[in-house]
Design a binder for this molecule. Structure first.
Ligand code: HEC
Ligand code: HEC
Length: 431
């Protein structure tokens, strides 16, 4: 009974459950407007996705909330902590806490133990150095005294469990899609793993697994109204979830693998707003200019645009499932409250001479492939519904979309003008 009542508490606390009803509204407001989810059937809290799956009271919906763009924001984590004195099922030592070994008897201890979840909305993912890896773990500097080669502590944002039709790899490091096969099969495998991991040993029935995967795959989410530009599907624009639901995608779309090759004009949603008139003219023109910058503004010696990596049309994922190291886990960017790992390459890779030493907060795809070349590489997330799910990047290091743009501007020395930066942010907000 306790578990059921917690589920109701969560949903009631978030204001998403109508008295006596079990259908979630499809639109949720956020800091800069409103996001909308399209689902063939009404979003039904009776689906196994929202049901506690194991003894620890966790559901998929505990970390993938419709109100948070199907991710989880720090504001929600704080609200749940305050409403439950830190006893809500989200706060579990195994992966909700900074480490499983921290004291959590008093409220103050629980708050300290879950500081990363409360401030950056990250969940602890524990992964080992693979046995056949081209690198060894030479050193661990863990403020929580827990991590080792057997289990590195990695703190990662819940990826949105929506817009899954645009995925070509599953999880930040691709670990659920390493083998060949369909994304549907990888998602089924992912659901099994998530249940075992986050719900600590619970086992899904085939029926539950099918219901969960069918449910999450049916969801399409985007920002639908912007506080400044208003209706994102108005006046010739193609924002909003309906157009995305009709968007084509297949692995390799808009890449060199296709006869037509790669076209850098990946987003074609707001072109008509270049000449917008009327009440929202200024804001709409900014969104249109931002789309243009995202598609065509070249940097890094003219070799890159944002769309070089974010190449899936109107979705922004990478259609080939390519992974990149943006340097987010570098020692120079390490906040003092996460562990730093020292890796030494013992076998040379294409880009990694033997003996190379790397310090990082998260080796990313290298923990899946075992290859030195993959250290720090992460997948390219889908860019729709961004406004609902701050903070950004795998480690939640960019608190706002403005911070995302600042990161890229610095990292790639793009030298955007203040006007260009504002336009790019206006565009990202509208996705
Ligand atoms: C404790 C929080 C938590 C719970 C509970 C949880 N997830 Fe997740 N989910 C995450 C995190 C964190 C990631 C990213 C982890 C990574 O990439 O290493 C993730 C990733 C995913 C992804 C990958 C999306 C992508 O773009 O690759 C899917 C799909 C997903 N979860 C679905 C589910 C389902 C289905 C359930 C229930 C069976 C579930 N999650 C339960 C936190 C959670
Ligand atoms: C070299 C490839 C590459 C280029 C170029 C690139 N991105 Fe990314 N982008 C990525 C990868 C990889 C991630 C995930 C990185 C991580 O979290 O470790 C990402 C993440 C993001 C995110 C965060 C998404 C989320 O859910 O957290 C945004 C927003 C974004 N990129 C926007 C841009 C913009 C704007 C540009 C152009 C200025 C750009 N990207 C250029 C590869 C790239």
């Amino acid at each position: 009974m306790r578990r059921v009542s917690w589920a109701v508490v969560v949903l009631a606390a978030l204001g998403v459950i109508a008295a006596g009803g079990h259908q979630l509204p499809s639109a949720f407001s956020n800091a800069t407007g409103e996001a909308r989810t399209l689902a063939p059937a009404a979003i039904d809290t009776g689906n196994a996705f929202f049901q506690p799956l194991g003894a620890n009271g966790r559901a998929c919906g505990t970390c993938h909330l419709p109100s948070d763009g199907w991710s989880l924001t720090p504001a929600t984590a704080q609200r749940l902590f305050d409403a439950s004195d830190g006893r809500h099922p989200l706060f579990r030592p195994r992966d909700g806490a900074n480490a499983p070994n921290l004291p959590d008897t008093t409220t103050a201890e629980r708050r300290a133990a879950h500081s990363l979840l409360l401030t950056r909305g990250v969940i602890r993912v524990g992964l080992p150095i693979p046995p056949d890896a081209d690198f060894t773990l030479e050193g661990v500097d863990d403020p929580y005294g827990f991590a080792s080669a057997k289990e590195l502590s990695l703190y990662r944002r819940p990826l949105p469990s929506t817009n899954l039709a645009f995925l070509s790899s599953v999880m930040w490091d691709g670990r659920e899609s390493r083998t060949g096969g369909s994304i549907a099969a990888h998602l089924a495998q992912q659901a099994t793993g998530a249940t075992d991991g986050h719900a600590q040993g619970a086992v899904l029935s085939d029926e539950q697994r099918q219901a969960i995967v069918a449910f999450e795959r049916s969801l399409v989410t985007t920002q639908s109204r912007d506080a400044l530009a208003d209706d994102l599907g108005a006046a010739g624009a193609h924002g909003g979830p309906q157009a995305l639901a009709e968007q084509a995608f297949f692995p390799g779309i808009n890449s060199s693998r296709e006869p037509g090759g790669f076209n850098r004009r990946v987003f074609s949603l707001f072109g008509d707003w270049a000449q917008a008139a009327g009440a929202f003219a200024a804001a709409r023109q900014a969104v249109a200019r931002g789309e243009q910058i995202f598609n065509t503004h070249a940097f890094a010696g003219g070799n890159f645009t944002c769309t070089t990596c974010h190449n899936a049309p109107n979705a922004g994922s990478n259609s080939l499932g390519k992974m990149f190291d943006l340097g987010l886990g570098a020692e120079s960017r390490r906040p003092p409250d996460v562990p730093l790992y020292t890796l030494r390459c013992v076998r040379a890779g294409q880009a990694s001479p033997s003996g190379r030493v790397v310090r990082t907060t998260d080796p990313g795809a290298a923990l899946v492939t075992g290859r030195c070349d993959d250290i720090g590489r992460f997948k390219v997330p889908t860019l729709r519904g961004l406004a609902a799910r701050a903070p950004y990047f795998h480690n939640g290091s960019a608190a706002t979309l403005d911070d995302v743009v600042t990161f890229y501007d610095t990292r790639f020395a793009i030298r955007l003008t203040p006007g260009e930066r504002a336009d790019l942010v206006a565009f990202l907000r509208a996705l």
